[in-house]
Design a protein around this ligand. Structure first.
Ligand code: CUA
Length: 311
């Protein structure tokens, strides 16, 4: 698993956030040390001496000191506020009149991903070209979710009926992990997102592939699986482009075989794991809206052959 820490930024936006955090941490630490030192000095210097029955030295009111300890923290807070506002403006400048490059919708408990310019639709794994500034339009499909890929940029809520925007600009290729950052129900912890940053040409090829319709299997298990997919309940929740299945309840499965994981990151995408998921979804991801379809082992084998062939 790649490390996913806000302290190893892969975008200028996240670098700003990371710098702000470290800056505030240093200022906070300095204030802590200073205040602790003053308290310790006062305790030692003005304590009651051993054997003395007199009350220790008392002092009430010292105007200059009071003004100083009012102004100093105010200045510190104002400086931090200034840096924070500057970082906020740099990390989420608003959409302007730029059309969104991606529309990402949070659902319980997966992510819908669309590329409006090409019409490509996928789920849970977003591909981005390296070195390009992309505008993400974020939507809430049912309850409030929160999109967060720590190395890429700030957290952003996904609120039903309210659109939010996020600029991202990855400067490094690789796979970067994120997660939902707003508690959204039983499987909140298994609402993982993968960001795959690729060189432009590789990204273009991937995107082109995503716009193609599903492959119609010529025969064998996969062809049986294709039929089952339409006959069984699969088609009432999932879409597969180029077939009659066009429901939007669950993730679009058109190019499912090309994804790294199953069920928003719970399992690696292998035939064995897909079989496990189809056999008993609730044991893999309890609470998931994926029902147990009571499939026979043969049906599972056929569906796995069909879906894994959809690269
Ligand atoms: Cu979606 Cu937490």
């Amino acid at each position: 698993m790649p490390v996913s820490s806000p302290f190893s930024p892969i975008s200028p936006q996240e670098r700003d956030i990371s710098n702000l955090f470290v800056g505030i941490l240093i200022v906070g630490a300095a204030v802590f040390v200073l205040v602790t030192a003053f308290v310790v000095i006062a305790m030692i210097r003005y304590r009651q001496r051993r054997g003395s029955t007199e009350e220790p030295y008392q002092e009430f009111g010292r105007r200059k000191l009071e003004i100083a300890w009012t102004i100093a923290p105010t200045v510190v807070v104002l400086v931090l506020l200034g840096f924070t506002v500057k970082t906020m403006a740099a990390t989420s400048p608003g959409p302007g009149d730029h059309p969104p490059d991606l529309v990402i919708t949070g659902y319980q408990w997966w992510w819908g991903v669309q590329y409006p310019a090409s019409g490509a639709v996928t789920a849970n794994e977003i591909h981005l070209p390296v070195g390009k500034r992309m505008l993400l339009q974020l939507e809430g499909g049912d309850v409030i979710h929160d999109f967060w890929v720590p190395q890429l940029g700030r957290k952003m809520d996904m609120i039903p009926g309210h659109t939010n925007w996020l600029w991202v600009e990855p400067t490094q290729t690789g796979t970067f992990l994120g997660a939902c950052a707003e508690y959204c129900g039983a499987e909140h912890a298994w609402m993982r997102i993968r960001v795959i940053v690729q060189p432009q040409a590789e990204f273009d090829a991937w995107l082109r592939q995503q716009t193609l319709a599903a492959v119609t299997p010529p025969g064998g298990d996969a062809a049986q699986g294709a039929m089952l997919f339409q006959q069984q309940t699969c088609a009432s929740c999932h879409a597969v482009a180029g077939t009659a299945a066009n429901a939007q309840v669950g993730p679009n499965l058109t190019h499912f075989g090309g994804r790294d994981t199953i069920a928003a990151g719970v399992l690696d995408n292998t035939p064995e794991n897909l079989a496990k998921w189809l056999k008993d979804p609730q044991s893999v991801k309890p609470g998931s809206h994926m029902p147990d379809l009571q499939l026979s082992d043969e049906q599972i084998r056929q569906l796995v052959a069909y879906l894994e062939a959809q690269k």
